[in-house]
Design a protein around this ligand. Structure first.
Ligand code: GLU
Length: 579
């Protein structure tokens, strides 16, 4: 007991120390929140030089590829949501990794059975055609004012000069020792004598600086064609393994890279208590899941309920929504996802009736039937949920706004921490393992197929009120991204918390399981709030922490508040232009 108190005190002291890093800043003009101080500084620099929010977001993302290389980078993909002030509209830019042409439904099976997720990750097969550079290019070309040469400058500087390895970098690096040790190029960059780089090591990445310089000179083609494209193909088809190591190799082609496309998509739009909620469409499940959940929660007057009951409803809603998401949602270019039904207010009203106001469901619940709420009820596919592969929790989310009122909410990733574990030799960046987001077992809407994008949970979100941005947020964390964004919205709009408190609050993640995941960091499971919820039948499983989110609030007086994570993932950085 004493020991527990001492640990709690230490955590609290660490939390207070991190709060000193100013995760909240209010000002006039542009604002930025990221999980990395140099990345936020880069965005601010670009804004101060006259760049817009899109320019600044790409600059920050490029720095994150250097300082947070195990979560994100040019070897991966992402989803960018952009509010364009002059057009008053929201745009969704999908640059998710895509399955190469050799893919087929059994690509992650051995002897007719799904292979273990852990075996699939460190391999060439796990690597999808990276979308990040194409996404950055399209965002800048269509909505930015600067080019690669201008926005990559800060990241080149950080990669060249280097930085001191901090505890969070070291922690994630340590967890990846075994994976990284398999590959010569990765061991050389991120390990020293087979061990993670110690805290305090001065880490430089001149190879990545060189790769960014190549992009600055040649633009997007420098990545998808020519020598770098050939090296990517080589790295996945003949992974640079240590002698004696064998991993699955891919059959990616130069054609796969050359023909990669980012997609501009119609965002998911829904409403919640007078707010307009814009989210990411397919192949992310994030926008649909959050909209469906809010539609269900709108059936209840959460403000009038005791806090524990309101949270009980949030958890039960999330359970139902995950049942639907797991059963029906995948890449909409390949599968008839019943999106219209899932987003219908009438469907939400029916789902809400499945919730017991006083008791948690015992374990998993089944999906509903959204097809009855589609306009076209003839769609024949009513897929059954299959066994789900593990969905771990990494990635990064950043957000930027500018003086003109443009807003960018951007989540991007290489999937698992350290992705596939393969650094492209001589290029300084890790390749993703996004293909393991497919369902291995089939038949399932999210089965692997050539040219398909695996279902994601990434949920960059922009919320409007009376046609103007009210706030924006997003989070890392695999499938917990959905619960983090949803809970933060409920905390803020229904439970009366400021957006900063809503984002910092302990997270509860119910994803249609027997137990709800909570954070060890905050000792939540032993808290009075947890006890009040346990009376409804909720049970907990603990994980270290869930999702380091970032947000911006647009205040009614015209000021803007950038809000970053105070403690998770080492704490983030929120900066504003004029105070
Ligand atoms: N692969 C995950 C997704 O697209 C993101 C990675 C993570 O957050 O773990 O949803």
């Amino acid at each position: 007991m004493m020991q527990r108190t001492a640990v709690g005190l230490l955590l609290l002291m660490a939390a207070v120390a991190a709060w000193g890093r100013q995760p909240v800043a209010t000002g006039r003009g542009g604002a930025v929140a990221t999980i990395s101080e140099p990345a936020s500084q880069a965005a601010l620099q670009i804004l101060n030089r006259g760049g817009n929010a899109v320019d600044a977001a790409v600059a920050a993302a490029a720095v994150l590829g250097v300082t947070d290389p195990f979560s994100c980078g040019i070897g991966g993909g992402g989803f960018m949501l952009i509010y364009l002030a002059k057009d008053k509209r929201v745009i969704a830019l999908d640059h998710r990794e895509t399955a190469p042409a050799y893919f087929h439904p059994a690509v992650f099976q051995q002897g007719g059975k799904a292979m273990p997720w852990e075996a699939a990750v460190p391999s060439g097969v796990a690597v999808g055609v990276p979308g990040t550079v194409r996404g950055w290019h399209d965002a800048l070309a269509r909505y930015g004012t600067m080019d690669f040469a201008q926005v990559l400058k800060p990241a080149i500087k950080v990669a060249e000069r280097g930085f001191s390895v901090g505890p969070n970098f070291h922690r994630i690096n340590s967890r990846n020792e075994a994976k990284f040790a398999r590959f010569t190029s990765t061991s050389a960059l991120y390990l020293k004598d087979g061990k993670a780089l110690p805290v305090g090591t001065h880490f430089r990445n001149p190879d990545l600086a060189g790769t960014y310089r190549l992009l600055a000179r040649q633009g997007v083609r420098g990545f998808y064609e020519g020598p770098l494209a050939a090296q990517i193909v080589q790295a996945v088809n003949a992974p640079p393994t240590q002698p004696g190591e064998a991993v699955l190799s891919a059959q990616m082609t130069l054609h796969d890279l050359k023909h990669y496309e980012a997609r501009l998509r119609q965002p998911i739009r829904s409403t919640y208590r007078g707010y307009e909620i814009y989210g990411m469409p397919l192949p992310s499940s994030g926008g649909i899941a959050i909209a469906e959940a809010l539609n269900i929660l709108e059936q209840f007057d959460l403000k009038a309920l005791p806090r524990a009951q309101a949270e009980h409803l949030y958890l039960e809603t999330s359970r139902l929504v995950f049942a639907d998401r797991n059963a029906y949602v995948a890449d909409g270019e390949f599968v008839d996802v019943p999106g219209e039904g899932l987003l219908a207010k009438a469907y939400a009203a029916e789902r809400a009736r499945a919730i017991d106001l006083a008791a948690a469901a015992s374990g998993k619940v089944g999906p509903g039937d959204p097809y009855l709420f589609q306009n076209d009820q003839s769609v024949p596919l009513r897929p059954q949920p299959a066994a789900l592969a593990a969905e771990p929790a990494h990635t990064t989310h950043l957000t930027v706004s500018d003086r003109e009122g443009n807003v960018v909410a951007y989540t991007f990733t290489i999937e698992d921490w350290g992705g596939s574990g393969i650094v492209v030799p001589g290029r300084g960046f890790l390749l993703n393992n996004e293909m393991t987001d497919f369902d291995f077992s089939g038949p399932h809407p999210n089965v692997p197929e050539a040219g398909k994008r695996p279902r994601s949970s990434m949920s960059p979100t922009i919320v409007l009120r009376q046609g103007r941005p009210a706030f924006t947020l997003g989070s890392p964390g695999g499938s917990t991204i959905i619960t983090t964004v949803l809970q933060t919205i409920v905390n803020h709009l229904d439970l009366g918390m400021s957006l900063a408190d809503a984002l910092a609050a302990p997270r509860l993640s119910q994803r249609n399981g027997n137990e709800t995941q909570v954070e060890k960091r905050f000792g939540y499971a032993a808290s009075p709030q947890a006890k009040a919820l346990a009376a409804y039948g909720h049970r907990w499983s603990e994980t270290d922490e869930i999702g380091a989110a970032n947000a911006i609030r647009f205040n009614p007086d015209g000021t803007v508040t950038a809000i970053s994570e105070p403690v998770r993932h080492g704490g983030g950085s929120a900066l504003v232009q004029g105070r």
